[in-house]
Design a protein around this ligand. Structure first.
Ligand SMILES: *[C@@H]1O[C@H](CO)[C@@H](O)[C@H](O)[C@H]1NC(C)=O
Length: 276
């Protein structure tokens, strides 16, 4: 019976004591914007009693802004004193130009990158490796730039290179194509060995005309008879009882007939189609 009165007061007292205790401590401090981390021996601690002192150090790749700044803070009641320590990104120094190339750098501080670029007419030997400014300095090493070489350009259908192809070509060296007799050349006949080791532009096409068409139940009402060369056209009409699907007028273009050749569809077929 006495507990009804007494117990709540005991709980209240206990609560106040715990609360008092909770208030006289600090949670783990963090000053991330200063590029610092808590020393390793404090990292696993979550709560620090009133009066405790913890120390900070620079995060990796960073150095002290002021060597004399205090590295520690103290828990006063439930608040940490302010931190003097501040750290800034370390410098890796700039990277000098190398043989036949230089670096394209985002900067020379921790985390910055340097992309090697070869001088004109040279290309990287091996795969490109961008260097990064790490804690201990620039990683990797200077790459090798070697003179651009192009391998022989591809063979083409219905045409060939004017001169016998060589094993390899120097930067800016040119090759020319020609098409077999009576065939249209589409594109540029002359290509040049470019900076990236390939010939540019793409080789031309030798256009052997458009195929002869056989469209069932259609008749040609305009245009010429085969063979069809670039620019030739045909106009079709369907036989009686057939309906034209597509365009009646088609033209021979670089990529073949344009638009797609039409079809003649039996009108009765359509009806039976619908019935099904
Ligand atoms: C923290 O400790 C100091 C003495 O070290 C004391 O004066 C202060 O009252 C304490 N603060 C709290 C909230 O307990």
């Amino acid at each position: 019976m006495g507990c009804k009165v007494l117990c709540p007061s005991v709980y209240l007292l206990a609560y106040l004591m715990i609360c008092d205790h909770v208030q006289a401590e600090c949670t783990q401090p963090s000053f991330a914007s200063r590029n610092v981390v808590l020393s390793a021996n404090h990292l696993s601690t979550q709560n620090f009693p009133n009066g405790s002192t913890v120390t900070f150090e620079c995060v990796i790749g960073h150095k002290l802004v002021d060597r004399k700044a205090s590295r520690s803070v103290t828990c006063e009641g439930n608040q940490w004193t302010s931190l003097e320590l501040s750290c800034t990104r370390k410098s890796c120094g700039s990277l000098a130009d190398f043989f036949d190339g230089r670096y394209d750098m985002t900067g020379n501080l921790f985390g910055d990158t340097a992309k090697p670029v070869c001088n004109q007419g040279y290309m990287l030997a091996g795969k490109e490796t961008t260097r990064t400014c790490r804690d201990q300095g620039w990683d990797g090493r200077d790459p090798l730039c070697e003179p651009v070489k192009c391998s022989a350009p591809p063979a083409i259908e219905n045409g060939q290179l004017v001169d016998e192809p060589l094993e390899s070509y120097n930067y800016l060296e040119e090759v020319s194509y020609r098409c077999n007799k009576g065939i249209n050349l589409i594109g540029k006949s002359t290509l040049r060995c470019s900076e990236d080791g390939t010939f540019k532009p793409d080789p031309p096409k030798c256009f052997d005309g458009c195929p002869t068409l056989k469209i069932p139940n259609a008749k040609r009402i305009d245009g010429k008879a085969p063979p069809y060369k670039l620019g030739n056209f045909i106009e079709y009409k369907c036989e009686d009882g057939y309906r034209l699907e597509g365009d009646a007028y088609i033209e021979c273009r670089e990529n073949g007939w344009s638009p797609e050749p039409p079809q003649c569809i039996g009108k009765t077929e359509i009806i039976s189609f619908i019935n099904v």
